[in-house]
Design a protein around this ligand. Sequence first.
Ligand code: DX5
Ligand code: ZN
Length: 224
Amino acid sequence: MAGREVAPSILAADLARLGSQLREVLAAGARVIHVDVMDGHFVPPITFGANVVEAIAGIVHGAGAVIDVHLMIERPERQVADFASAGADSITVHVEATAHLHYALQAIRELGCGAGAAICPATPTAMLSDVAADGVLDLALCMSVNPGWGNQRLIPHSLAKLAALRALLAEQVALEVDGGVNGATAAGVARAGANLLVAGSAIFGERDPGGAYQRIVQAAWADA
Ligand code: DX5
Ligand code: ZN
């Protein structure tokens, strides 16, 4: 996860043909597939459970890619084991959704997955400083929109937050940005320090998701 990757988010996929949509982006080179789990409490919508992770694990792992689970659910520490056994490779919990972030991150690692912590747009970056200093973090996720829905515009202050997070994270900790990433915003978030760029509607909202994925990769790191 510490490498440069654009991670297609299946939230925006045509779920009636999820398998073929996944094969298109995997064939185009995607190596991280982002799965947005919403519980109807932490955020209003309800999306996918561990059964969906299990359903896609064969396709994703068969292509040499990994499943990046983003839990937008309350008390996520109660659910991480189910997602790990379903095939998640990394699991990210929201700092706003648990009183036990340190515990949750350790539990995720003990299950053999990369441990991620996410912050919403109104949450200060300092909320991650203690777990970062403690070395229990493999990934920090900066929400660049309010969580719950795809196809929103990137909040400009996210760029400053990404830079602040990059400064407080050790080099091997991945910095993921999620929300409003597309061909126009990718270079800015990459320059601010994000190495893992989630994109949903900018990929699956296009007629050719594989081509759209490749264009975002090129836009992000063209000058790097
Ligand atoms: C939003 C999700 C995102 C979503 C991004 O709550 O966490 O992963 O899929 O969608 P886009 O790329 O359309 O902004
Ligand atoms: Zn997400």
